[in-house]
Design a protein around this ligand. Structure first.
Ligand code: ATP
Length: 496
């Protein structure tokens, strides 16, 4: 009851701030819109708010349809603004790919996002494409916000104001941000007081409304949903609840080869990901072609190249499952995170960059599945460059074929995915949110296989600041019914 009352109050608040398109002054959460009748009333209300120009933060546990709703929101934003003024981004390449967008860092032109806000502003301002994007943008969508730290979030607001010559929040951009802070945190936040985006100085003022979606779509078994909710909040789980559910997933012999072929392997640590991918490559029994990165520059910058995503040595063969690690052709849907299979190799003369005769190189042909729109496309994957910059100067550069093997993935790469079948070993899980992200990918326990000793409740962790953040917003009692939350900075007395 309490939650429903707050929902109604929040909708009234929304109406007071933004009016309604038909002038009736009524925003009805249950109104049906022909183009979006698959949405729940709560998702529908959020879409309406966006259509009215609100900047919104959408949160909710894994599988509550945040990305699904973003798909509807993006379509709506493209009808409201010029389609090329709506920029769709996510903190990871795979999540960006699923939405047909690009990574937030590549949109913003901030490289790896290291440095203070003026350094990042200079980087964005001197990257011709980025400055143009910032000025052209009318709306910016950011998915998987949990992996963006507060320092970067503040810097982006600063860059938006500076490059768009407008002092208003985000330089007047309409902002739609989505994510669940109980999922993976940023990899390394330089400022411990701004570990999470919600700790950014500009967080409260960035949104008209913050919304929590509460209906879980990905799973239908209520016992599994309850278990995942407990794991999400890092609560101790009684063994009598856990064992009957997860024990069957840990049993059973090795899957046969045909079965394994179609199951994504997930690991917390990259060395396990590498080991499994190498084993799978060798098991194909085909000739392996090695691509060695060409690195230039001096230390200490050169060693930073090794921390980047592009591998120093890339081994491929026909049949290898691969993932693209650069936006090579966004218009054709070939973006960071696209997955495919190597179909062959061709010899091609590569330009030397100065108009002269280049070298002959062997390059892979890959058939990529297309995330949006379906179908597949076969292309030659040419070498790309990764730079370590100091200001505007390139200090070191790696040139490599922009692919990695993708039979096994890290938990970090899979955030945002829905997987029908998953084989994971969480014995080496670390940090907050990792067990939750891995387990919440599957639709049902039938699709889950746990190896490495089964499930260890000791690995379940939620960050106290995140618990606090959600507690602050959901402080009042009452069941988790559909709820629209007021802006974080709104005095609680206005939201009884
Ligand atoms: N209104 C809806 N009707 C039917 N299915 C829905 C609806 N909303 C979401 N779904 C489905 O639920 C599943 C999970 O949705 P989605 O991936 O958008 O969740 P999410 O909240 O983004 O999850 P995560 O936090 O793990 O990224 C998807 O298969 C999606 O198609």
């Amino acid at each position: 009851m309490e939650a429903n009352r707050r929902h109604a109050l929040a909708l009234q608040q929304l109406h007071r701030h933004h009016g309604t398109p038909d002038g009736s002054g009524i925003i009805n959460a249950t109104t049906n819109v022909a183009s979006s009748d698959l949405l729940t009333p709560q998702q529908e209300a959020v879409l309406r708010a966006v259509q009215q120009g609100c900047s919104i933060f959408i949160t909710g546990s894994a599988g509550t349809g945040k990305s699904f709703l973003l798909g509807h929101i993006i379509a709506a934003l493209r009808r409201i603004h010029q389609p090329d003024a709506v920029f769709v981004t996510a903190s990871t390449g795979i999540a960006a790919c699923a939405l047909g967008g690009q990574t937030l860092h590549s949109f913003a032109g901030i490289g790896l996002g290291r440095g203070d806000r003026d350094t990042l502003l200079r980087r964005a301002a001197t990257s011709h494409g980025a400055a143009k994007r910032w000025r052209r943008a009318a709306a910016l969508v950011i998915d998987e916000i949990s992996m963006v730290d507060g320092g970067v979030f503040d810097a982006l607001d600063y860059i938006a104001r500076a490059l768009r010559w407008q002092h208003r929040r985000w330089g007047g951009l309409q902002l739609v941000v989505s994510g669940d802070f109980f999922q993976l945190p940023p990899i390394k936040a330089p400022d411990p007081t701004k570990e999470f985006a919600f700790e950014a100085d500009c967080w409260d003022s960035s949104f008209d409304l913050q919304v929590e979606l509460t209906h879980v779509f990905r799973q239908s078994d209520s016992r599994l949903i309850d278990l995942l909710q407990g794991i999400r909040r890092g609560e101790p789980i009684p063994q009598q609840h856990l064992l009957p559910l997860l024990e069957p997933c840990s049993k059973g012999g090795e899957c046969d080869r045909d079965d394994e072929e179609n199951v994504t392997r997930l690991f917390p640590r990259n060395d396990d990901v590498r080991r499994v991918n190498e084993e799978r490559l060798r098991s194909l029994g085909r000739e392996v072609i090695t691509f060695v990165a060409a690195d230039t520059g001096s230390e200490p910058w050169r060693s930073q190249l090794r921390q980047g995503i592009a591998p120093e040595v890339l081994e491929l063969c026909v049949g290898a499952r691969v993932m693209l690690i650069k936006n090579t052709d966004p218009a054709a849907g070939l973006v960071n995170g696209s997955t495919g299979v190597v179909t062959g190799f061709i010899v091609e003369e590569e330009e030397d960059g100065g108009g002269g005769v280049g070298r002959w190189r062997l390059l892979p042909r890959v058939r990529f599945e297309r995330g949006t729109g379906g179908g597949s496309v076969e292309v030659t994957v040419r070498r790309e460059k990764w730079d370590v910059m100091e200001g505007e100067k390139v200090m070191a550069r790696r040139t490599q074929v922009p692919l990695i093997l993708a039979w096994a993935l890290s938990v970090h790469k899979c955030q945002g995915m829905t997987l029908e079948r998953l084989h994971t070993d969480l014995s080496r899980a670390f940090g907050c949110g990792m067990v939750y992200v891995a387990l919440s990918r599957v639709r049902s326990l039938d699709g889950l296989r746990l190896s490495g000793g089964g499930f260890d409740p000791g690995k379940v962790k939620a960050h106290p600041k995140v618990v606090q953040f959600y507690h602050h917003h959901l402080a009042s009692s009452g069941p988790p019914t559909p709820l629209l939350l007021p802006p974080a900075g709104t005095p609680t007395s206005r939201w009884p």
